[in-house]
Design a protein. Structure first.
Length: 148
């Protein structure tokens, strides 16, 4: 399966400078979210995309260097660029999230000692996230862009 989307490396959009303390707090938050997003790659149920989007948001307001690195990263860059161009989420990301959340929901329902209301609540939250995720637009393919 080949990815037919455009792949253009560009500079991220600039943001207003912030006071030093605010920049430091935002940079700390960006690094925390980046670490959580990387952990989320291998830990089922931990949302990689959400943490990377938050890391990109915080980095854009605190560290142009970190933001540029994220923006042009092989794995994280497409997520950030798609989101900034229109809140796009790729179909691959949608299916990945659906499969991982379905596995987590099954494990949660069948093999934990958590109270029933906790299991139902957690599954309802995951269902809500998936509902919202599948309503997000997908990035256009190159053919769609060139036909306009």
């Amino acid at each position: 399966m080949s990815d037919k989307r455009e792949f253009l490396i560009e500079s991220p959009p600039p943001h207003e400078p912030r006071p030093a303390l605010v920049r430091w707090l935002l940079w700390s938050f960006a690094v925390f979210c980046l670490v959580m997003g990387v952990i989320g790659i291998v830990v089922p149920g931990l949302p990689t995309t959400v943490f990377i989007l938050m890391a990109g948001w915080a980095a854009a307001r605190s560290s142009p260097r970190l933001h540029y690195w994220l923006w042009n990263h092989r794995l994280f860059g497409p997520m950030l660029r798609d989101w900034s161009r229109g809140g796009w989420v790729s179909r691959r990301a949608k299916w990945s999230a659906t499969i991982v959340m379905a596995l987590c929901a099954g494990i949660l329902l069948m093999s934990t000692g958590a109270p029933l209301w906790v299991r139902i609540g957690a599954n309802a939250c995951m269902a809500g996230v998936l509902f919202w995720l599948w309503l997000r637009p997908e990035p256009p393919l190159i053919e769609e862009i060139s036909q306009e």
